[in-house]
Design a protein around this ligand. Structure first.
Ligand code: AMP
Ligand code: MG
Length: 486
């Protein structure tokens, strides 16, 4: 067996999924196989790098031991509830268990229609496949909990989107694909028996300590709130905008999932959005904090029947758990952002210093990534020129630099510099570079994709051969909107 499958989800009751086989594609071509990840998961990468491996990962053949299925889920999309979503273009092949006992899903995206496809074709264009590969692997290298890219394949077929586009199949690895929306599926159907089965399964797989709690379901809720509150702070530290924080795109494991219209900001602005369909700015950069809380409130609602036999006490349990979100998230944000300016364990005054910098950056339209990276250079060289050049209105930043230097007066300078350099990346997947890789990939040239992937493997390290990837986009290179491309 190429994949040592052990499929626990397929053993859950029928209501959890629909069995479905992938639909073959015409002429699959392996663009990239993540052999390091394969090896980590106990999969023989050399055996996978073969005609058989290509057939399995393109959906042309069902691997031995695989029990392919589409998962059922619901979700709030841009605030409105859709009771019937589910894997419309994704098929779970099965699970493998790593040496340390952690279980991982192996899932194909774009492998054909499922009973959840509604009017969709079950396919994926190649562009989103390349985007997800680049961005999810960059997130992993940046240290952010995330689903992983296992393989990117060109299908040899065209898909109809804004015109005909080349198609692709993506293999995703995740600690699981259980979403807030999976809980909503059963809650919306008032299927409390299966809701309990799902909660118990989730606890065993992702929150085993909760089993020993007086109230395991409360412990589950508290655990998911904590991981999501910290995850969103981690995104924000890096200027990442998820773009489509619907409840079906929020995992209960606390991994980032669904790299559709996501983007890293170039110039900082708290109201920045990229998604072409986010007209209200619901998922704007700074709105990710309240939206995280909103999504978790939807999660808590699904658990009400399990939290307590008494409805009033159940609501009280949920509310007290949700009340913790703001504090956990704020503490994580504070710690992550003060580290960006060289201060370990910053206090409320340090947070105000961060806020003052961010408002100067918003006013001065300064590049998020470059400002923080240049600040450590300024600390080392004593020269503020490079930082000041990043601002349209240097006055605001001159005053700020003075307060910052006086705050750091008693701090060990080399420690501050090293903290900043391991917190502030040199390289992020800049949108114009991702677009460039996609454009070239659409004409069959994958060199820019491979090169961008390579540089992003070491995001905190200066790489002189790749300096052009550090730069902010020139005015004519700025990407204004990103698309799901689905
Ligand atoms: P997303 O916005 O990518 O999170 O997807 C939302 C829902 O639409 C999910 O149920 C997807 O499975 C479904 N979906 C998206 N694209 C397609 C497609 N091309 N074919 C079928 N279903 C799709
Ligand atoms: Mg989704």
């Amino acid at each position: 067996m190429i994949f040592p499958f052990d499929n626990s989800y397929a053993r859950l009751p029928d209501a959890f999924f629909a069995p479905v086989e992938p639909t073959p594609v015409s002429a699959p071509l392996m663009i990239r196989l993540n052999d390091r990840l394969a090896t980590e998961l106990g999969i023989d990468a050399t055996r996978l790098d073969s005609a058989e491996g290509l057939a399995i990962l393109s959906g042309n053949e069902v691997a031995e031991g695989s029990e392919p299925l589409a998962m059922a889920y619901s979700g709030h999309q841009f605030g409105g509830f859709s009771p019937q979503l589910g894997d419309g273009r994704a098929i779970l092949l099965g699970e493998v268990v790593r040496d340390d006992g952690v279980r991982f899903d192996i899932q194909l995206k774009g492998a054909g229609q499922t009973p959840f496809s509604r009017r969709g074709d079950g396919r994926s264009a190649l562009g989103p496949v390349l985007r997800e590969y680049i961005v999810s692997e960059a997130m992993a290298a940046l240290g952010v909990p995330t689903t992983r890219a296992f393989a990117a394949i060109a299908s040899g077929d065209n898909v109809l989107r804004e015109g005909l586009m080349p198609g692709g199949v993506f293999t995703r690895v995740a600690q699981s694909h259980i979403r807030i929306g999976t809980f909503q599926w059963f809650a919306a159907r008032e299927d409390h028996d299966n809701l309990k089965v799902l909660a118990d399964y989730t606890i065993e797989r992702h929150y085993p300590d909760a089993q020993h709690d007086d109230n395991p379901y409360r412990a589950l809720l508290v655990g998911v709130i904590e991981r999501q509150a910290k995850l969103i702070a981690h995104w924000m530290q890096l200027g990442f905008i998820h773009g489509v924080m619907n409840t079906d795109n929020m995992t209960v494991s606390g991994e980032t999932i669904d790299y559709g219209p996501c983007a890293f900001m170039d110039a900082y602005h708290p109201a920045k959005t990229f998604s072409s369909i986010d007209h209200q700015g619901r998922y704007a950069f700074a709105n990710q904090s309240p939206i995280g809380h909103w999504n978790l409130t939807r999660f808590a609602e699904t658990l009400l029947p399990l939290l307590d036999g008494d409805p009033q006490r159940s609501v009280a349990e949920a509310e007290s758990a949700l009340d913790a979100f703001a504090g956990i998230h704020r503490t994580a944000l504070q710690e992550r952002f003060t580290a960006k300016i060289g201060i370990q364990q910053g206090d409320a005054d340090d947070w105000h210093l961060v806020e003052a910098l961010l408002s100067a950056m918003a006013e001065g339209e300064a590049d998020f990534t470059l400002v923080f990276r240049h600040l450590s250079d300024a600390l080392e060289s004593g020269s503020d020129q490079a930082v000041m050049h990043l601002f349209n209105q240097p006055e605001a930043i001159v005053a700020w630099l003075t307060s910052w230097r006086s705050r750091l007066h008693d701090v060990d300078r080399s420690q501050a510099i090293s903290l900043m350099r391991r917190t502030n990346p040199v390289f992020i997947p800049r949108n114009h570079r991702v677009e460039e890789a996609i454009q070239a990939g659409n004409s069959g040239d994958f060199a820019p994709f491979h090169r961008l992937h390579e540089v992003l493997q070491h995001p905190f390290t200066e790489q002189p051969e790749f300096t052009e990837y550090e730069a902010a986009p020139a005015p004519d290179e700025v990407v204004q909107a990103t698309f799901c491309g689905t």
